[in-house]
Design a protein around this ligand. Structure first.
Ligand code: MAN
Length: 535
């Protein structure tokens, strides 16, 4: 406070006459400009009125105007020293006539380095700053003009996209309405065909029931015959193996047949023989017929040079009949009459085993039943067709509604990108983005495609939601999260995938340009931004 009073006195008594001159010297003044202290923007000029006291812009203090730019910092916000480096937090406004106005920190004022292109920040340092604003201004102007032209072209394409998108939406809605009407008709037709089918199937069912009964009986008969053939064969085999005819098979009896020599050492050991008797010393005929013969039969067949079935349960086929008592490993005929009978019996069995002529596929129906079947078939086909038609319609409606519910931007401008795919290759992978569908990665040197994510939502920052897209639920990363992808969109003349990165493992980012992201371009101004700077 004391210092301030002292300085005020000095100013009042010694420099009072020069004060206004100094102050005015520190202003910029051209014919078209409002006069204001050095370092103050046009927008703030009205806050610096030479004839009245100055109030710091943060309202913290008020003092005579001559304190402004007196190279002493009075305001906490540095607003009293816009044209000197006295305040550490002050800022200096470069007018930069011919180019863009800029604001630099006060500390750069008269520091010997040229910051403003009009050299205004170095008015006392002796640095030989040259005013380069005109050159910079025209280069920037040229650049801005080029950008404007490109943006205009991009925007023109965007307008086409908007047109296409809106048109597509409208035709989808029309198609949807038409499909809904067709769906109603198709539902009615299917109900009608269903009723006709039921009406035709009932008499068919009644007629077929009769045949089904006959069929079942024939099947039963066939099974019975097969079973008895199997048992006959087993019984005959038993009699042949039971060489002492005591009604039981013993180990010794089996040992006489090389067919049971499993380890091929030339003899059938008791253990080898016992294996076929379920590890017992002997086996009764009943047991042999049900479970013994199925085990033994493949070995006999093998010894006869026949292919043995792989599953013992499936052994019920015929094997050559025994015809020579002495022929090893052939089931022999029994001596005398009995043998002849067996032989005959077997021949009979051979005939019976032939497949039954009554199988479901070979049934011949009477003309009336046949007509009923044909009528029912016709009704079934008609129903199937009506059902298929309805399901096709429902599927198409679902797809349309799915596509209709997608957010293609505020004016449908992103709609033309749906259904397209764009690629980008780096050293290792070829990446593919199919907007509104998915993103993927394919190794360049072979290997399968990995899905990085499926379309989820718009994901731009608040206020510019349409600046980014999110694709998630990609293929699970090994020991990590499911892959996901973020696509950053910017204005460009064409739809193009510019770059792909993986900032975190299995989290991918793409840069994509598209005319759909262009905004209506603003004509570049004349390069003098003096009237555009803001408070
Ligand atoms: C693959 C690629 C990579 C990813 C690893 C993670 O090699 O999908 O992008 O980083 O898997 O294990």
């Amino acid at each position: 406070m004391f210092l301030k009073e002292f300085r005020a006195v000095v100013f009042q008594n010694v420099l009072i006459l020069c004060a206004s001159a100094v102050l005015w010297k520190q202003t910029t003044a051209t014919a078209t400009q409002v006069t204001r202290p050095r370092g103050v923007s046009l927008a703030r000029a009205s806050l610096y009125i030479p004839d009245s006291d100055f109030t710091c812009l943060d309202g913290s203090a008020t003092f005579p105007f001559r304190y402004v730019n007196d190279d002493y910092c009075d305001c906490q916000d540095g607003s009293d020293e816009p044209g000197t480096s006295a305040c550490p937090n002050g800022s200096f406004y470069c007018r930069n006539l011919g180019h863009e106005a800029t604001v630099v920190p006060s500390s750069r004022v008269n520091d010997g380095i040229c910051d403003c292109c009009d050299a205004a920040d170095e008015y006392q340092s002796g640095a030989n700053c040259v005013n380069t604003c005109k050159e910079l201004g025209s280069a920037a102007q040229e650049e801005a003009q080029k950008r404007y032209e490109l943006e205009s072209q991009g925007y023109a394409i965007k307008l086409e996209y908007i047109n296409k998108g809106k048109h597509a939406k409208q035709s989808q809605q029309e198609r949807n309405m038409a499909l809904k009407a067709e769906q109603l008709e198709a539902e009615a037709l299917r109900s009608e065909k269903e009723r006709e089918k039921q009406e035709a199937e009932e008499p068919e069912r009644q007629a077929l029931d009769k045949y089904r009964q006959i069929e079942q009986e024939a099947m039963k008969e066939k099974e019975e015959m097969e079973r008895s053939q199997r048992e006959g064969e087993a019984s005959k085999a038993f009699d042949w193996l039971d060489s002492n005819q005591d009604g039981k098979l013993q180990v010794e009896e089996l040992q006489t047949h090389t067919a049971f020599d499993q380890n091929q050492d030339g003899t059938v050991s008791p253990d080898e023989a016992k294996f076929f008797l379920h590890n017992e010393e002997e086996m009764e005929k009943n047991e042999f017929v049900t479970t013994g013969w199925p085990l033994i039969k493949p070995f006999i067949m093998k010894a006869q040079g026949l292919e043995a079935p792989s599953q013992p349960e499936q052994q019920a086929g015929e094997i050559p009949l025994p015809d020579d008592h002495h022929q090893e490993e052939s089931i022999p005929e029994t001596d005398g009459e009995e043998g002849e009978e067996e032989d005959e019996e077997h021949e009979e069995e051979g005939e019976i085993v032939k497949p039954s002529p009554v199988t479901p596929s070979s049934i011949e129906y009477d003309a009336e039943t046949q007509a009923l079947i044909e009528a029912a078939n016709k009704a079934r086909n008609a129903y199937d067709e009506a059902d298929r038609r309805l399901r096709d319609l429902e599927r198409e409606i679902r797809q349309l509604e799915e596509s209709n519910s997608k957010d293609y931007g505020p004016n449908e401008e992103y709609q033309p990108m749906d259904g397209q795919c764009y690629e980008y290759s780096d050293r290792e992978y070829t990446y593919k983005l199919c907007p509104f569908d998915n993103g993927s990665q394919r190794p360049k040197h072979g290997g399968s495609e990995t899905r990085l994510g499926s379309w989820d939502s718009w994901d731009g920052p608040e206020g510019s939601k349409y600046a980014a897209m999110k694709y998630d639920k990609g293929v699970q990363c090994w020991n990590g999260p499911q892959r996901s992808l973020k696509v950053h969109l910017s204005c460009g003349m064409e739809n193009q995938l510019l770059s792909v990165s993986e900032p975190n493992r299995c989290e991918y980012e793409m840069k994509f340009t598209t005319p759909a992201a262009c905004s209506e371009p603003r004509k570049p101004n004349d390069g003098d931004s003096e009237f555009h700077d803001e408070l």
